[in-house]
Design a protein. Structure first.
Length: 113
């Protein structure tokens, strides 16, 4: 992806969701993914995107330490990867509710990577 290629992010999300026929994504997960993208689009560098282990979408940044956020229908899971260990925390969020400030604090900002 190009540095500001958010259109590619949207296309990749659609590809992952549409391609998950055996285990479809819940509408609340897709809504949470869209809200997350709308929130981070303005302030964060473009993330890499992948399908999660479940019917979820993962967003990742090559920060120090590396950061990954997996989006579920009722929460965000934040993963920080250190040498030999990882930290995981869950942040509650349902579509339509205010974006959690504790999650915003974990996100990388443009020009910080």
């Amino acid at each position: 992806m190009q540095p500001d290629d958010w259109m590619t992010v949207d296309i990749e999300i659609d590809r992952i969701v549409m391609g998950s026929l055996e285990k479809p994504f819940s509408p609340s997960t897709v809504a949470n993914v869209r809200e997350f993208v709308n929130f981070v689009r303005e302030n964060c560098p473009v993330p890499r995107i992948a399908k999660g282990y479940w019917s979820t979408i993962c967003f990742g940044w090559e920060t120090t330490p590396p950061l990954e956020i997996e989006v579920f229908g009722d929460r965000f899971e934040v993963y920080r990867f250190y040498d030999g260990r990882s930290d995981i925390k869950a942040v509650a969020h349902t579509p339509g509710s205010p974006f959690p400030p504790e999650l915003a604090a974990d996100l990388p900002r443009r020009n910080s990577i």
